[in-house]
Unconditional design. Structure first.
Length: 215
């Protein structure tokens, strides 16, 4: 087998991403790893965690954006090793699209799409992204509101910015497609099957080489 495939699951807060990442990871096991961003266990991740969980911990919007991106950069070597050397698939919970969409939603002067994307340019790109959309609000999910960005009107703005980000980062040859899956009123198993339907052809396809895609 050539390299493993990089599958990313994106969505708003409490959209059920983590459950689905675990389900997909188990389905691909033992030939898979699951990862998430922010990766809170590193020093940079610790600062991000403090920012998210302690609303009185202040930091400029630019700084936290760059920290989220740095957090992705510090795990690139590991991602490359997992995909290319270990030939394992990666199932990822959040990545570049979250980084851009959440920062754009803050609508800070000067932090436009190009600024937000600049620091992520060159990161390893997923082979497929699945975006979970719930047309009903997620604000009744257990735990919603605990972290900084979990506010209904902010989440609506983030959704809009995700759409813009997907459009801007689409590849002409569709080498790194984004599949939108509506999870409204669906059970965990139903969503799992919908995800598998789009992911199975990607993980089943042989890569022509070990070459990774890049943003
Ligand atoms: P989590 O709930 O998936 O751990 O994500 C924590 C929060 O961080 C969530 O509200 C989304 C936000 N986030 C960003 O703002 N920028 C990023 O680059 C990432 C990965 C997450």
């Amino acid at each position: 087998m050539t390299r493993g495939k990089f599958i990313l699951i994106e969505g708003l807060d409490r959209a059920g991403k983590t459950t689905q990442v675990n389900r997909l990871y188990e389905r691909l096991s033992p030939n898979s790893e699951s990862m998430k961003f922010p990766e809170r266990s590193t020093q940079i991740g610790g600062l991000i965690n403090e920012y998210l969980t302690n609303k009185s911990f202040q930091m400029p919007d630019q700084t936290i954006h760059l920290l989220f991106s740095s957090n992705r950069w510090e795990r690139q070597e590991y991602i490359e090793k997992t995909l290319v050397t270990d030939k394992k698939h990666i199932v990822m919970d959040r990545y570049v699209y979250s980084g851009i969409a959440y920062s754009l939603a803050k609508e800070v002067d000067g932090m436009d799409f190009d600024w937000c994307f600049g620091c992520d340019k060159g990161l390893i790109r997923p082979d497929m992204t699945v975006f979970l959309v719930n047309s009903k609000s997620n604000d009744n999910r257990e735990g919603f509101g605990k972290e900084r960005y979990e506010q209904k009107c902010f989440q609506e703005k983030v959704h809009e910015k995700f759409d813009i980000t997907f459009q801007k980062l689409a590849t002409k040859d569709n080498t790194s497609p984004v599949q939108i899956i509506d999870v409204t009123d669906k059970s965990i198993t139903e969503v799992e099957e919908l995800i598998w339907k789009v992911v199975e052809p990607v993980v089943g396809a042989k890569s022509a080489s070990n070459q990774l895609l890049r943003f």
